[in-house]
Design a protein around this ligand. Structure first.
Ligand SMILES: [Zn+2]
Length: 336
């Protein structure tokens, strides 16, 4: 099942944020899928209420959650930090409030809606075996605050909510975004029910602060760092890591795949340039993951995570086209 609604797309320029991100990638993927399957419709958002303050507190500190639900100045501060909109001298960086059309309450509500869809999409995968939310994947948000364009950690919140409902016990989070899933690692490192695997650039953000005591260095259950120029070994390393997870950690009742497209060679974000996989390599990656969990009958729930520039939508689209072709259930794949 695919989850998408255009009201969940966060369009940065509306808030005066000048990060060079093509914010229509989810819409492009949805249009592509709708051409393949005209039955595909938008999700009915009234079925999926935005996350609440109490739900956020399952993973985030009260002080931080209070800021997110505080006044406009407190909320702006949280966005300035999470989206890196200030330089070290406190001047605005990639942020021009004069051009904004909506305030940060509007942006926050979209993010709470997105996080709700991550939860409901994951819940649906427990019935259908596969679900894909065209959004979410905010894996850098930590217990104490947002960072790396991630305000809240929708992935860990979804896991905790499903555990609270006693629908699942053990979960794997397989994070193939080009950046380490540091927020997810920080939020789960004391919880043996959540096994985290992150395969990412060995060097560069977020591992370039130079201080190994920084919380972004808290290890995932398994971290695979790929050096620049080692792209040919990427797939084997991923396969080995999944087999190690299977041997050494509790069997998953659910896997959430943080399906970043930013390892793509044509990704336009500067901080993702250390790892450059081709379109074909990324399709191999995604097909391998899909088949690995399909063979083991483990429900799989996907979120988009990073993917920047004009071509990133193609990576999601080619994978979902493959899923559609390989699944006899394709005609039932719909966002309702
Ligand atoms: Zn990323």
């Amino acid at each position: 099942m695919i989850f998408y609604h255009p009201d969940c797309d966060l369009r940065f320029s509306q808030y005066g944020i000048e990060i060079p991100i093509e914010d229509d990638r989810a819409a492009k993927v949805f249009d592509f899928l709708q051409r393949l399957n005209p039955q595909l419709t938008f999700a009915s958002l009234d079925l999926y209420p935005p996350l609440t303050r109490q739900q956020l507190m399952l993973v985030h500190d009260k002080t931080y959650v209070d800021k997110l639900f505080g006044n406009v100045e407190q909320l702006e501060k949280a966005f300035l930090v999470s989206y890196e909109l200030q330089d070290i001298n406190g001047n605005y960086h990639r942020y021009n409030p004069a051009t904004r059309k909506n305030d940060f309450f509007h942006a926050r509500n979209i993010i709470l809606q997105q996080a709700s869809l991550t939860f409901f999409s994951s819940k649906k995968s427990l019935e259908t075996g596969f679900s894909y939310f065209l959004g979410g994947g905010m894996h850098h948000a930590m217990s104490f605050g947002g960072r790396g364009f991630c305000l809240i950690n929708d992935i860990v919140i979804a896991v905790k909510l499903l555990q609270k409902e006693k629908l699942i016990k053990n979960v794997w989070v397989v994070d193939v975004d080009v950046h380490k899933g540091d927020g997810t690692a920080e939020l789960t490192h004391n919880d043996p029910s959540i096994t985290t695997l992150s395969i990412h650039m060995k060097n560069g953000w977020p591992l370039n602060s130079g201080n190994p005591n920084d919380p972004w260095f808290i290890p995932s259950t398994i971290d695979i760092g790929i050096e620049k120029g080692q792209e040919a070994q990427y797939l084997d390393q991923l396969k080995n890591a999944l087999l190690t997870c299977e041997k050494q950690y509790p069997k998953a009742d659910l896997v959430i795949i943080v399906n970043g497209a930013d390892p793509y060679e044509f990704d336009e974000l500067e901080s993702s340039s250390e790892l450059n996989l081709t379109k074909e390599q990324l399709l191999e990656r995604d097909k391998f993951i899909y088949q690995f969990f399909n063979d083991r009958k483990i429900p799989q729930s996907y979120v988009m995570a990073g993917g920047y520039g004009k071509k990133s939508w193609e990576i999601y689209a080619q994978f979902l086209e493959f899923v559609g072709q390989s699944s006899p259930e394709w005609s039932k794949i719909s966002s309702r």
